[in-house]
Design a protein around this ligand. Structure first.
Ligand code: GLN
Length: 604
């Protein structure tokens, strides 16, 4: 099946394949041998998928497109201020080969015209045993994701005829923009322009720029993150020579073209485009390349200044601990205290990328909530990235909330946890799960509102167990005699998923955890029961296999009603079975009610 995306490329290719406008460059004699019919279009997505149509694997020389990338290398070698002191970033409005240098300083207007590119070449260092051209080749190869080589014929041809560029080189030397004999720099520049690429290489280079400098196919960092915006900025303002203004107006993508017939365009954060077709217009831009990019931008809505999606606020939903609690079962009095005071704990589930525009509404809400809450839990489960600005603001808001007596904790931070901790937020407010965070906040609230609240209830006698709340002494005595005592060490499994349910457990000491097994040693905590509570009723009543594991999380003592005893109990003491069933029914009612409150809070 053909993807509709490939279909769009195919239609564009068909639309312009017959276009005969433009002329193959011949001022470099070897370039005149290019086949004017070669025509390829390629899109590379930010996750490294290629859509291609036509001659996307035909090699040609990169020419001026190399200027954008070698500018990145110069910035990495010398830093922004130094490079800016030698080469400006103003569009010149002149042709690519103009001898256009700023009056006074003699600095070229920008690195995309020849003068600026030759000066930029002079900034690149030979280092690590590698010459300038070796470093440039390696750098561009990393951007393309494959080893590039020099077309020696074209290099020789340009070197033999490049008198105008030589003149520019000597002008730059005269103004001290380059500090050495320009000869070697010019040869490096000619070689850099003669690197052979394909249209697919250009698209991948574009996707590398779109992907903040990491090649999406190899996963390798090709361009330092901090200079990606500089490279894209000069492409946007000057990449298409003296047609740059019109290009950014009509197409709206940072781009660079070369007289070999290539155009590389980038939609930052999204994709790279490569087009190859040798016939050029008067400015030296590929005629078909320009038409294809204009149509692509319109048909796929790629114009940078007309974003089709605006980032959504990162607040997914929000609730308090009077609505949703941690998974442990609480004794009735404690549970009611949470219903009453749970609004002191606010949970905010976040989603998507955190950047200024998505995180700002969250901050607004945090500041508002600070007036009502003592604890705020930020759940990062559906957050896939956090930028430096959001991290800084998160840290600031955390500090300010702490100053105002509000504890901000984070949970489900996963691989973002390291970044969050590095922002200065202490480890002890980062929780593995929302459940653990809620439990910690609930304990803090309960400690205030219920002075006798204990996290681990002490052992109880049968009379203290909810299931037997209404039993009289004779009934309790019978149960005491007949119910088996079982003990477990922490970590021991009491109930195994899938096993037969022939026992009803009453917990008289310690706590147990009900776990849903997710495989691969991962599990989800469903419930925690402590002394006085019972578990295992569901499968016991409807005689289905156990649906979860139950594991001791402290030294546990249980009293167990085996199925035969349960069957007989009514005969032994009339009314006892009904009392027990009645109590189970009440507990299930409570749980269902609680579940309904949670579900309605979570549906918001
Ligand atoms: N090597 C070519 C030159 O210096 C590059 C020009 C271009 O692609 N615009 O003339």
């Amino acid at each position: 099946m053909k993807s509709p995306v490939s279909q769009v490329l195919k239609i564009l290719h068909d639309r312009y394949a017959a276009l005969r406008d433009g002329k193959v460059a011949d001022y470099i004699p070897e370039l005149s041998h290019a086949n004017p019919d070669h025509f390829g279009i390629c899109i590379a997505t930010r996750d490294g998928h290629l859509y291609e149509v036509g001659d996307t694997r035909q090699k040609f020389t990169i020419q001026s497109i190399s200027k954008a990338l070698s500018y990145g290398l110069a910035l990495e070698d010398r830093g922004e201020e130094h490079v800016l002191s030698r080469v400006g970033v103003e569009p010149s409005g002149d042709a690519f080969n103009a001898i256009s240098l700023k009056a006074g300083s003699g600095a070229p207007f920008n690195p995309m015209i020849n003068a600026g590119a030759i000066a930029t070449c002079g900034q690149i260092l030979a280092s690590g045993g590698q010459s300038r051209i070796e470093r440039i080749t390696a750098y561009l190869s990393r951007c393309a994701g494959g080893q590039l080589d020099i077309d020696q014929e074209i290099y020789r041809s340009e070197s033999e005829t490049g008198h105008r560029n030589r003149a520019i080189g000597w002008m730059l030397r005269n103004f001290g923009i380059i500090d050495e004999d320009p000869h070697d720099i010019l040869e490096t520049y000619f070689q850099q322009c003669s690197l052979r690429v394909t249209c697919a290489d250009l698209a991948v280079m574009g996707a590398t720029l779109a992907n903040q400098g990491v090649n999406p196919i190899t996963g390798e960092r090709a361009i330092a993150h901090e200079y990606v915006d500089n490279v894209l900025a000069v492409m946007a303002s000057s990449g298409m020579y003296d047609w740059s203004g019109e290009w950014i107006y009509r197409v709206g993508l940072p781009a660079k073209s070369g007289v070999g017939g290539g155009i590389l365009a980038v939609l930052p954060g999204q994709l790279g485009i490569g087009v190859f077709s040798p016939p050029l217009d008067e400015q030296g831009n590929s005629v078909r390349g320009i038409r294809v990019c204009m149509d692509l931008a319109r048909e796929l809505s790629l114009h940078m200044f007309n974003p089709s999606a605006v980032p959504q606020p990162a607040l997914r939903r929000s609730y308090n601990a009077a609505q949703v609690n941690s998974r442990r079962r609480l004794p009735a009095s404690t549970f009611h205290a949470l219903r009453r005071y749970g609004d002191r704990i606010r949970v905010m589930e976040l989603q998507g990328p955190l950047l200024f525009s998505t995180f700002e509404p969250v901050i607004r809400e945090l500041v508002k909530q600070a007036a009502y809450c003592q604890h705020i839990i930020l759940n990062f489960r559906y957050v896939f990235s956090v930028d430096a600005v959001s991290l800084r603001m998160l840290h600031e808001v955390w500090q300010q909330l702490a100053g105002a007596g509000v504890r901000l904790v984070c949970c489900h931070t996963g691989r973002l946890g390291k970044l969050i901790a590095a922002s200065g937020i202490p480890d002890d407010v980062l929780f593995f799960s929302e459940d653990a965070a809620l439990e910690s906040c609930e304990n803090a609230v309960l400690a205030k509102v219920l002075p006798d609240h204990v996290q681990q209830p002490p052992p109880v006698l049968l009379a203290g167990c909810t299931l037997f709340a209404n039993c009289d002494p004779a009934e309790l005595q019978l149960l005491n005699e007949r119910m088996e005592v079982k003990t477990y060490k922490p970590g021991e499994t009491i109930i195994q998923t899938g096993s037969r349910a022939d026992e009803l457990f009453v917990l008289t000491a310690g706590s147990v955890e009900v776990r849903l097994n997710l495989g691969n040693n991962r599990y989800q905590r469903l419930d925690v029961f402590s002394a006085g509570m019972s578990f295992g009723e569901l499968a016991f009543l409807d005689a289905s296999p156990r649906s979860a594991d139950v594991v001791a999380i402290a030294d546990v003592e249980c009293r167990v009603i085996q199925r035969p005893l349960f069957e007989d109990i009514g005969k032994l003491l009339p009314g006892l079975k009904a009392k027990i069933l009645n109590e189970i029914a009440l507990q299930l009612c409570d749980r269902l009610r609680q579940a309904n409150i949670e579900i309605s809070a979570l549906r918001n």
